[in-house]
Write a protein that binds this ligand. Sequence first.
Ligand code: NAG
Length: 460
Amino acid sequence: MYDLAEELIQKEKAYVCHCNESETKLQRGGEDGLTPRYRCEHAKQDVDTNLKKFRDMRDGEYAPQTAWLRMKQDIENPNPQMWDIAAYRIPKNQHPHLRTGTKWRVYPTYDFAHCLCDSFEGITHSLCTTEFVLSRESYEWLNQLLVEFQPMQREYGRLKLDGTVMSKRDLRRLVEEKVVRGWDDPRLYTLKGIRRRGVPPAALLAFIYELGVTTALTSINIKRFEQTIRRYLEKTVPRLMLVLDPVRVVIEDAEEQDLDIPFLSKAPKMGSHIIRLTKSIYIDRSDFREVDSKDYFRLAPGKIVGLLHMPYAIKATSFTKDEATGAVTEIKAVFDKDGKKPKTFIQWVPEGSPKAEVRIHTALFKSDRPKSVPGGFINDINPDSETIWPNAVIEAGFYEVRRRAPWPEAEGEKTRECGPESIRFQGMRVAYFACDSDSTDDKIVLNRIVALKEDPGKSS
Ligand SMILES: *[C@@H]1O[C@H](CO)[C@@H](O)[C@H](O)[C@H]1NC(C)=O
């Protein structure tokens, strides 16, 4: 790059200037940019003078900021990137360089180095955000003067998601202040975070295809992101039953039998798995009420509810409670073999099924614009963005889902996914889940990828 800078001087397209900041501003039209633009006297120096001065800059003959190499561009051009911008400077802080130590006192600017390095490296398309649109002209101007291979700079609009922060500086603060579990926390919209959360690569691509590439600054609601993922998972991952907060139900007239359950009834190719029906099963605590009411359609004493995949509905006959905590500990029930089809079916798992820790994440911030909150985004943290269900149970079909991962199966061949996050399934009536990287051979830890519906918590 240094040699190319000398070459630029030889071509009479660069000069060493000694003007300070305020003089330079005047040359460029003054504070409001309305006065006529002009060049300083240094622009008239001949090649030999410029070469000598540039070498003196290099050799430490000038104090920092008393001399700089300027490109000789086109002061009449309406584009400020063409107003004789800097090519080389003597930085104020002469910290030793990571690789070259104190060898160099002069350093190329971004505008000088970027386009040349792209060319050296054979970059065909240099993609950047729209704030560099004006730089395209100086980028091409310099490359055309100095190098053979001409990369193309092209600009696109930045993609932002509402309700989160995306800048590295903000993310780092969340990580360093331990607001989150790390750079790959499932609540962050880093690629690592999105991956750990279990979002399949193809769903992420589908989201980007849907938006298209535009030069406008795009701000997307997270709901739209989640909708795309949900649509993708609906048809591609197996379904299992999972109970977040289990309470035991003893079906007194149940006889042990094996039920053959498809992984996804709409996709028979996915195969099926066996659930061993036992007398004792678990349902979710939220699916039982001690006192019935008319607008309630799940389990209560004397009330009938359907169990997914089960040939008969059950009717609760009695229940017991823990004296100390008041929590229901067990429900007794019988099959309802002659009744009509129940209004609601709930999920269940047999006693003895594998246990799991389930982490349900919601938005990390309370508002849609965390950065606009007084005191900054750190004052907008949602204290309830992570709920842990430590005693969840999941049907044993999970082991086959784990063994056969990645899901979707066909995508796996293309993407070669192999991490725990590629073990995905729908927990029926609950959410889509993926294994977390904290899982071990003995412990299943799950993350919620997305809820089943946009507005969760509303189930009859
Ligand atoms: C810049 O240079 C001009 C001309 O030498 C001088 O009048 C002015 O005080 C300088 N400004 C600063 C900020 O050094």
